[in-house]
Design a protein around this ligand. Sequence first.
Ligand SMILES: [Zn+2]
Length: 470
Amino acid sequence: MKKLLFVTAAILSTSALAAPAQTPDEQVRAIASEVSADRMHKTVEKLVGFGTRHTLSTQTDPRRGIGAAVRWAEAEMKSFGLETLHTCDTVTGRRVPTPTKVCNAVAIQRGTERPNDVVIIQGHIDSRVTDVMNSTADAPGANDDGSGTAAVIEAARVLSKRKFPGTIVYAALSGEEQGLLGGKILADYAKAQGWNVVTVLNNDIIGNSCSSDRLCDDKHVRVLSEGPRSQGQADLAAQTHSLGGENDAPSRNISRFLDSLADRLGIGLDVTQIWRTDRFGRGGDHIPFLELGYPAARLSVAVENYNWQHQDLRTEKGIKYGDLIENMDFAYLAKVTKLNVAALAWLASAPPPPEPTVEGAVSTDTTVTWNYVPGATHYWVKWRRTDSNQWSEKLPVTRVVSECSKNAAPACDAGGAGPYQATLPHIRVDDWVFGVSSVSKEGFESPVASAVPGGAFKPWVKPAEKSPSP
Ligand SMILES: [Zn+2]
């Protein structure tokens, strides 16, 4: 039988959170301010200079093709002092007619305290023209996805100067246009390593601000996140139908986290949450992670220009087609990259989210329960209306108290034991969605994990598959 520890919920004084000279918001603002639009311009110029980065292009030419591009990206990240590796697989598929080696350039910045908790920033380095099988024509891929690759490299440059409790992985993926191949290779690698992947930020087309119909927007970035989680959904469907949670997969809480963070950064960039897995009928490299149960979201421009992606370079009836660097808005790209850098610094500083559960059917009160999270010194219980897109109510939970007089440490330490439990009087479970976030002693708060079926920031495991109790 589980022993429950009672916790007190008390309003924290602000001084309890503000021990460091800089608040967490100030710290990540300072880090993000180092992102340089000029440097990113140079990176995209370099990437375009490889002529084509098509996955089936030459791998041996020192100056042209995917091989040279991936080697360059890895060397660039290595030059920042990071540990780098190639994650590769030999692939045959619908868009890969003969066995082809597909390699990602990956850099790892190991966490100082919780190296197994991992946040990933990725973009795809491969490019294409109109015919997805054309591996020889010039395919500059400046925005799709030189922009995302430049964000990965710039994030690596800025963040590698610092140390974080959690691990940050930087990945320039190949094979996206040929079927999300590099994303699958990295997701499989993450699983093989046993990483606790807290978040994947997939950046794909993040560097233009105007479309062909002259609609322009350089003040928003779209964050796309899946609804019911794809991995485990067949098992979760009945529970979701009964208990809710259609808008509370961990990836959706990443989207809420980014929206809130962007508001606090004050860089003139707001998040438009798009509540679907990717653009209508389209895909990206976050999907292989979702399929393995890892939280992941896609960042993409507010307005796409379809004349400037997946096009042969040409002029037709006065319209210039092609993914050229001249079409990009580097000030905008820098803002989206700042949001990424701030998010990575924040998430690598925060503990991972807890795994809360909620009870309260046919009751005037609601009870939320969760286990201790390593690195957390306190927690927020949060709730919102079922039709609200953002957490609106919150209650801090600081310390295990009532057992302290009876039991020796570590039960008295907030890091000691659990489960933790908070009872919310006069709050009806029917009318709200509940979640819990963990907070480090410095005040870095994790994304909220919703107390719904499949809400935990971990791959879903069928209860029957867990090892039985002794
Ligand atoms: Zn793309």
